[in-house]
Write a protein that binds this ligand. Structure first.
Ligand code: ADP
Ligand code: MG
Length: 698
């Protein structure tokens, strides 16, 4: 072969067997053009088909390989016709195999007396443990036994079959073996300090682990081969973020250097004194606003820490300095709450606050837009509608985005164009209650400056969290009645698996009805995502005013809603939600001076991860600790692979396992930026694929 020995980045994938034009363009779509590119498409996980598990040791929820004798088979005509195959293996355990689709030949071969090896996920079923449609093969005399090594599983998201992946990577590895070089972009960089294997070895191990490789460490992600590549991937992401930051800093913004009198007047008009943390963060923000380059600051403050005041102070400072401000919230409900607050606060200072949402009537919207365009509205509060193309500001200088740390790089960039001209990019302030562990902030948000409001307003009592089995629902309802009796207000949150909002709404409606009749005299209100904005707002306002005792809601109340008199929250089926979301929900209570309680009304039996999550919530109210523990729990649950962390979609790195590498990665990033800048584009292309272009240096 002519290509033999040539560097693999110079060998096109089309030189492999089995790649026609259609496949080539599919590969091209995710940035794979050379054989080297192909080698960086790594398995996202492994299946262990090396061991045979005795049925007596089979556990639900795990993918397992078993070798069993068929002791019976029948076609059952239940809700769905199914072939049920009963098996045993002499260990004392039993397993049913369930097939909804089967041919007559298949059925005939799955007869009593046959011996088969199956791989599948064991689940609890009506007849004990079952596997639904396991992969299986008959074990006959010339059977080779279980696999010798782990089976790599490639990400299927790209619409390519496992067999295709395997055929292609087999050939690519053969080229590597034949002396084709992979470009090691980390040579001479501080990676030596973490003693990881050379690149070619690591790639080989990950694609085709050998029987000598340690299975446990490959399965749990601690294998040095994976860590070698994770190091490189996280480095690429950090470099990308740093490039974005450099690029953002090259832009010019108005220097907002007003005297600060308006800001002080606003703060003085509040019924409370700002906390030390609020004062410090307001100061940090205003310092940024003075510089002639765009602020890109993320303010993190746990639920109830008072981020709204920081936003208002920043807005006051900007308005006094002669520019317009836009405040965007992710939901209609939250945007309206901000509008009411801002309108009340700023009206008395003689400043106009405008409102813009997608749900306004055409004429109202037109009026809002004209006022914004003419510069009559100093501050505009709204939803995403604020940044539609048809909205143009006269002189926008500050954009505040609430509860959106997932606000993407691309979205942030798009907002730049909202300034009055190319030389005046608006400052950006992003607020979130989602704590970002420091280590994580280093990579996923490295393009932003970061402030933390690490203090709650005085007098807050910690929320007492209890977990109660749904079997004791009656007790919980009695508790709700007692709380209402003593003049407190209550949230009842319905969580649903159903993706569809209308089903969620229906179920919440049912719960509201049931609670209304159980509580008889008390007033119950319902909110869910299907209600019209105005209706939802009215219902919410009724709850805020205290006209309603019990608010039944879907998770739409998740962010930002503030009702200090509500001091009891019931979360139904909390096991369906992640830790971060549960913590956010719980933050709706504990906002007043009353002692607050959050009841996690779970359905037993709980899985291990769910039980751990509820335990974490009972043990701590500290958002940072919850985030850290969430990260390690997630690490335990799913081994490694593609997942979304802010803007990052990681292929092989897993921040819960690889966190300890981050300090060395930061050093390596500095080394690359000072002495190896030529490596930045290939590193970004390798790990960010097509998206690398969005992060290119100017
Ligand atoms: P966040 O958006 O950070 O979750 P909010 O800005 O909604 O929190 O504030 C939560 C509640 O705390 C509001 O009722 C607010 O008026 C009140 N609050 C904010 N700052 C203070 C303070 N320094 N002292 C007392 N109460 C405060
Ligand atoms: Mg808020």
């Amino acid at each position: 072969m002519t290509t033999e020995g040539k560097a693999l980045h110079e060998q096109p994938v089309t030189s492999l067997r089995g790649i026609g034009p259609a496949m080539a363009s599919k590969l091209d779509a995710f940035g794979v053009n050379s054989i080297q590119d192909l080698l960086f498409q790594l398995p996202s996980r492994y299946q262990d088909r090396t061991r045979i598990t005795p049925l007596s040791a089979l556990q639900p929820g795990l993918f397992t390989q078993v070798e069993v004798d068929i002791v019976g088979s029948e076609v059952a005509f239940g809700r769905r016709r199914a072939l049920l195959v009963t098996t045993s293996d002499g260990s004392g355990g039993r397993l049913t195999l369930r097939f909804f689709h089967f041919s007559q030949t298949q059925k005939a071969r799955l007869e009593r007396g046959a011996r088969i090896r199956c791989f599948g996920e064991a689940r609890r079923g009506p007849r004990g443990l079952e596997m639904v449609h396991p992969e299986y093969q008959h074990v006959d005399d010339d059977d080779a036994g279980p696999e010798e090594t782990l089976t790599p599983i490639y990400p299927s998201t790209q619409g390519m079959q496992q067999t295709t992946w395997r055929k292609l990577t087999d050939q690519a590895l053969a080229r590597l073996h034949a002396g084709g070089a992979v470009h090691d972009l980390l040579s001479d960089i501080a990676i030596n300090s973490v003693s990881l294997p050379p690149l070619a070895t690591a790639l080989h191990t990950l694609h085709r682990p050998s029987p000598e490789d340690d299975i446990e460490s490959l399965l749990n992600g601690s294998h040095p081969a994976r860590r070698r590549l994770a190091f490189e991937e996280l480095l690429a992401h950090r470099l990308a973020m740093l490039q974005l930051r450099d690029r953002a800093r090259k832009h010019c913004s108005p220097s907002l250097d007003g005297p600060g009198a308006l800001r002080r007047e606003l703060i003085a008009s509040m019924p409370f004194a700002p906390t030390g943390a609020q004062t410090r963060v307001i100061e940090e923000v205003c310092q940024d606003l003075i510089t002639p380059h765009p602020m890109q600051r993320l303010v993190q403050g746990d639920v109830g820490s008072g981020k709204t005041l920081v936003a208002a102070a920043a807005a006051a400072h900007a308005v006094e300095s002669g520019v317009q401000v836009a405040l965007m919230a992710p939901t209609e409900l939250l945007a309206e709450q901000h509008f009411h607050n801002f309108d009340t606060w700023f009206r008395s200072l003689g400043i106009t606050v405008g409102w813009l949402s997608g749900k306004q009537s055409a004429s109202q919207r037109q009026a809002s837009q004209s006022a914004i365009e003419a510069g009559h509205t100093a501050i505009t509060v709204g939803t995403h509608a604020l940044f539609q193309n048809d909205v143009s500001f006269d002189n926008l200088g500050l954009i505040i985005i609430d509860e959106q740390h997932r606000f993407g790089v691309a979205q942030r960039q798009a907002l730049r164009d909202k300034g009055p001209h190319a030389e005046a990019v608006p400052h950006q302030l992003i607020m979130t209650a989602t704590p970002i562990p420091r280590t994580l902030a280093m990579t996923s948000c490295a393009d932003l400056d970061y402030s933390v409001i690490d203090e709650l307003p005085p007098g807050r009592k910690p929320i007492n969290t209890v977990a109660i089995d749904a079997k004791r629902r009656g007790d919980v309802v009695a508790r709700v009645a007692a709380a209402i009796e003593s003049g407190r207000q209550v949230y009842w949150v319905c969580t649903l698996i159903e993706e569809s909002e209308s089903l969620a709404a229906e179920a919440a409606e049912e719960t509201a009805g049931a609670l209304e009749s159980a509580l008889e005299t008390h007033s119950v209100e319902l909110i869910h995502g299907r209600l019209k904005a105005a209706d939802k707002e009215q219902r919410m306002q009724r709850f805020k005013r205290g006209d309603v005792d019990l608010l039944v809601a879907t998770t739409v109340i998740e962010v930002g809603v503030d009702v200090p008199n509500a001091s009891l929250m019931i979360i139904e089926n909390p096991e369906r939600l992640g830790l971060a979301q549960l913590h956010q929900l719980r933050g709706r209570v504990g906002r007043g001076s009353e002692e607050s309680t959050c009841v996690l009304l779970y359905k037993s039996p709980l899985g291990e991860t769910a039980r751990e999550r509820l335990k974490v919530l009972r043990e701590t109210n500290d958002g940072f600790e919850i985030a850290e523990r969430d990260l390690s729990l997630r690490g335990a649950g799913e081994i490694f692979g593609t997942r979304q962390t802010g803007d990052m979609s990681l292929r092989i790195a897993n921040l819960s396992i690889d966190r300890d590498l981050l300090p060395q990665i930061a050093d390596a990033a500095n080394a690359v930026r000072t002495t190896h800048t030529a490596r930045i584009p290939p590193l970004l292309a390798r790990w960010l694929g097509r998206a690398a272009a969005d992060y290119a240096a100017v």
